[in-house]
Design a binder for this molecule. Structure first.
Ligand code: TRP
Length: 462
């Protein structure tokens, strides 16, 4: 009864489109975790940890997840569920006629830019399914596998075709509205991905020379930390948890009024962090065992794991399964990114879902082509010293997401009425929320100040 009342109240213009909602508890966690767990965990986390020197970066990253990430995820859930709107509409709903809606707008721009290069990397993943099937790694030494990767992403046209293929699948899922179906499968497939990563972990840590990799990952050397590294750790905490641009606001709007938002945010954060750690444990021992450079960059996973597959019984099958599951993980994340853009177009600009999806996918894919070409033909084109790929990554992960997160915290900490926040988190007093006081301090002061300091330090302001 109460649910209905709130649902109706939420529509300011009276014309509120019927919103989907997640059917079950597991559905919510599967969808939110499906968004969070993706290339960020398995591709990006290891490669930036490698670039920024290993253990110390990991420690800082974990601190940011705990101190800022979990809170921001909860903040996004509660904003979305309170407003029953998309990222832009939520701010407009909760604070009408104010500049706060631009926070949502910034999220739409971030979504556009992230998906542009995310689709490219997902395309690499698709192409690696094929390479695995064709047994393309067979007999190659680590150098040969590295060359194979570099050639395959720098060719110009081929990686673009894979990117387009991936984006077409994402658009198809979003148009056909079969997201629920995908989530049903991903409930089975993501645990399977976990199993494969654990098997890879076991193989990797039993390779000769593996202990140097574990040391690199788990023995922090804080002298290696730079301002840029700390900012990247913060940016990646946002990226990996899908925060700072309204994904979790949009998903929060689909969460039922009876769910415990705090517990959900914690569970999703733990699952996401666990997968990243397990990916790191699969990669770094192998990186050292095969003499690959820790700072190899975006190719790290693609040049390391094929070596591992070659050194394990059933490696041929494992390789195929791994890249298929990674592509599925990328798909569920990409869907959640596109959803932010499409939800905005359909609900706020009143464009049909199909049209909105097609227009935004074409635009995103076109922008993504630039980041794909940055691996080869356009490698020399630099903006602020970064090629298009690194530029899109830097602007989104290190600038837009933390800035979005900062405003989201301020909004919950200072703009929304504390009583309303408390009601939303406790389901109107139905469940106890012992963390409320700490949460509000994080929202009001700790997270905004932390983000501001890390950002200014990261860009060399002090
Ligand atoms: N978190 C996803 C990953 O790790 C990517 C992603 C999905 C994302 N939605 C997002 C990143 C929103 C930032 C913001 O692969």
């Amino acid at each position: 009864m109460d649910n209905n009342a709130r649902q109706t109240n939420a529509g300011s213009g009276g014309k509120l489109p019927q919103r989907d909602s997640f059917g079950s508890k597991l559905g919510i966690i599967a969808a939110a975790a499906g968004s969070a767990i993706g290339l960020g965990n398995i591709w990006k986390f290891p490669y930036i940890t490698g670039i920024f020197g290993g253990g110390a970066f990991l420690v800082v990253y974990l601190v940011f997840i705990l101190l800022i990430g979990v809170g921001v995820m909860l903040a996004e859930f509660l904003i979305g569920r309170m407003a029953q709107r998309n990222a832009v509409g939520s701010f407009r709903e909760l604070k009408p006629n104010s500049p706060w809606q631009y926070v949502g707008w910034m999220g739409v721009i971030a979504a556009f830019m992230i998906l542009a290069y995310y689709g490219v990397v997902a395309g690499w993943t698709l192409s690696y399914i094929f390479k695995a099937i064709m047994n393309a790694f067979e007999g190659l030494d680590p150098d040969g596998i590295g060359t194979l990767f570099n050639n395959s992403i720098s060719e110009g046209l081929t990686p673009i075709l894979w990117q387009i293929g991936f984006m077409a699948i994402v658009a198809w899922v979003v148009i056909a509205g079969v997201k629920d179906g995908i989530e049903k499968y991903s409930k089975i497939l993501m645990p399977l991905l976990l199993v494969i990563i654990v098997i890879l972990d076991i193989r990797a840590i039993t390779l000769p020379g593996a202990s140097a990799g574990l040391e690199f990952l788990f023995k922090p050397d804080f002298s290696k930390l730079t301002g840029d590294g700390i900012l990247s750790a913060l940016g990646h905490a946002f990226f990996s948890l899908s925060l700072g641009m309204g994904t979790m606001i949009t998903y929060g709007s689909y969460i039922g009024k009876k769910e415990n938002l705090g517990v959900t945010a914690l569970q999703v954060s733990i699952a996401d962090t666990l997968i990243a750690l397990l990916a790191g444990i699969a990669i770094f021992p192998a990186v050292f065992a095969f003499g690959i450079a820790t700072n190899s960059g975006p190719g790290l996973v693609f040049v390391t794991l094929p070596n591992v597959f070659q050194q394990m019984p059933g490696g041929y099958i494992f390789a195929i399964m791994f890249f298929v599951l990674l592509a599925v993980a990328a798909l569920t994340s990409a869907i959640s990114i596109l959803e932010v853009v499409v939800a905005y177009f359909t609900e706020d600009l009143n464009i049909s879902r199909k049209k909105a999806t097609i227009i935004s996918t074409v635009g995103i894919t076109a922008a993504g082509v630039l980041t794909s070409l940055a691996q080869g033909p356009l490698a020399h084109v630099k903006v602020f010293g970064l090629n298009f790929f690194d530029l899109f990554d830097w602007i989104t992960a290190n600038l837009l997401l933390p800035l979005g997160g900062l405003f989201i915290c301020l909004f919950v900490g200072w703009i929304l009425s504390p009583q309303k926040v408390k009601d939303e988190l406790s389901n109107n007093g139905e469940i106890s929320i012992p963390y409320f006081g700490a949460f509000m301090i994080i929202m009001k002061i700790i997270a905004p100040a932390g983000i501001a300091v890390v950002f200014l330090h990261g860009i060399g302001m002090f």
